[in-house]
Design a protein around this ligand. Structure first.
Ligand code: NAD
Length: 462
């Protein structure tokens, strides 16, 4: 193989790009990966992982406070936010180092630089041209700016994760996943948090019962959530910021820091979409088919740059689909069942869902039954002091699982086997035969599934 010729060029070293590069290399392809930003992309460096580090320590503080209230712990803990931030950096370093090692061990050639692509099959970087038959674009997304006067007085989620001090008063513009996760973390660290969300409700696509439970819990912890509020202007007021917003009537709120978390948009840095003739969606994302092929033969796109879920695990799966197609496999065995893509919100408490909500299933013409099980009926949850709710939605006719929603401690971990049940359309009978460990939080998912047809042993009698 010539030095500058490869089977596959991957552009972007985030979860989508690096995992596709490794998968392709494992299948015997020679792979070149360009990573302009840090290896691991947004997820590892300034998104999912650092957010989870901050949330984990925030959850520990919540737990200590709950135990202090019960007088089990006598002295409430003082904490060092500076140390927490150093710990966050260490975890990022460890993980990005691990990914760099994996790329090397799998013989993926990595170039740390932004590639420019004007012609299919060719990428240029540092004055050199590299060629490949196939190309995967995985250039990701960035925080979306919105036209608000005074937006320069806000910080984005990357900056919010790296603050050196806990702001006394924090305003978050946008009550989406990023906004609410940051709200949870900083509330636990002691900020007075106000979330301003333009829509009339939080997470309108998710299950209403689960979200109103979540909203109640977040408010109980002291987070002020204002829905139906559009931020208009931000002004500097001495060391503070004054945020003007319009709800039922114009109002203002003061803050020491204002986070703008109003969504993310696709970025195609270095990709000359016009000269390549790449078709874009209305939102300026790269348009792809079910094999992740763009409108240009041999160019694929995956991850945030194609819009959709904008989740790292969706990007992994899209990468697998693209690589399977490049290898000439039909790809159907690699394609994830879209309905079972896990959706997790790592708030305190977290929530997680896969498949249809009951409303969506009914909207699609599926007659459903809903089963539920509260954390208050589960031994493990009581032992851990966890509160929450599990719901399972089944197709009434076929008696198969079509959706699961969980709010409460451990929800994202519980969702993994629950989403498998959705993906495999697990039947009521299979749930009955399935053994889960006792005591465990997992028991609640089985109980909620059995509750769909009145068979839950520990659930409420109805
Ligand atoms: P989002 O689209 O989920 O939420 C942005 C919110 O901002 C929306 O609810 C919108 O109505 C609101 N908004 C927009 N303009 C506003 C204004 N002027 N005033 C008040 N509110 C306004 O976007 P996000 O939270 O930035 O997340 C971006 C992407 O990253 C999403 O696709 C998300 O799924 C993904 N993400 C996922 C996770 C996770 O899976 N746990 C974590 C972080 C991010």
């Amino acid at each position: 193989m010539e030095e500058n010729r490869f089977d596959l060029i991957v552009i972007g070293g985030g979860p989508g790009g690096y995992s596709a590069a490794i998968s392709a290399a494992k299948e015997g392809l020679s792979v070149l990966l360009f990573s302009g930003g840090a290896i691991g992309g947004t997820c590892l460096n300034e998104g999912c992982i650092p957010a989870k580090y901050l949330l984990d320590k925030a959850a520990a503080l919540e737990k200590i406070r709950a135990l202090t209230e019960k007088e089990i712990i006598r002295e409430p803990g003082l904490f060092s936010f500076r140390k927490i931030q150093r710990g966050r950096e260490e975890v990022i370093k460890k993980l990005t180092g691990g990914v760099a090692y994996l790329l090397k061990a799998n013989n993926v050639k990595v170039i740390r630089g932004f590639a420019s692509v004007r012609e299919a099959g060719k990428a240029e970087c540092g004055g050199k041209v590299y060629e490949a038959k196939d190309m995967i674009i995985a250039t990701g997304s960035e925080s979306m700016d919105i036209p608000i006067a005074g937006a320069e007085y806000t910080i984005n989620s990357t900056q919010a994760l790296a603050l050196e001090r806990v702001p006394k008063r924090l305003v978050i513009i946008g009550g989406g996943v990023i906004g609410m996760e940051l709200a949870s973390a900083y509330c636990a660290y002691g900020s007075e948090v106000t979330v301003l969300e333009a829509l009339p409700e939080l997470f309108p696509a998710e299950d209403e019962r689960m979200i109103s439970y979540l909203e109640r819990e977040l408010k109980k912890r002291g987070i002020r959530i204002r829905t139906g509020c559009k931020v208009k202007v931000i002004e500097k007021a001495g060391q503070s910021r004054r945020v003007f917003f319009e709800g039922e009537e114009p109002e203002e709120v003061y803050a020491d820091a204002v986070i703008l978390a109003a969504g993310r948009r696709a970025v195609c840095r270095g990709i000359d979409t016009q000269s390549l003739g790449l078709a874009l969606t209305e939102k300026q994302e790269i348009a792809v088919d079910e094999h992740m092929q763009t409108s240009v033969p041999h160019i694929y796109a995956i991850g945030d740059v194609i819009g959709g879920y904008q989740l790292a695990h969706a990007a992994y799966a899209e990468g697998e689909t693209a690589v399977a197609h490049i290898l000439g496999k039909n790809g159907s065995e690699q394609k994830p069942g879209v309905q079972a893509v896990p959706r997790c919100i790592y708030t305190l408490p977290p929530c997680a869902a896969a498949g249809y909500t009951q409303a969506e299933a009914e909207h699609r013409g599926i007659a459903t039954v809903r089963g539920e099980f509260p954390y208050s009926g589960n031994g493990m949850a009581l032992a851990e002091g966890a509160e929450g709710l599990v719901q399972v939605i089944m197709d009434k006719e076929t008696r198969t699982t079509v959706g699961v929603q969980i709010v409460g401690e451990g929800a994202p971990e519980l969702l993994s086997f629950a989403s498998l049940a959705v993906e495999k359309r697990m039947t009521a009978q299979e749930w009955q035969q399935f053994i889960v460990a006792h005591p465990s939080l997992s028991e609640m998912v089985k109980e909620a599934a059995l509750d769909c047809f009145g068979k839950s042993v520990h659930g409420a009698v109805r």
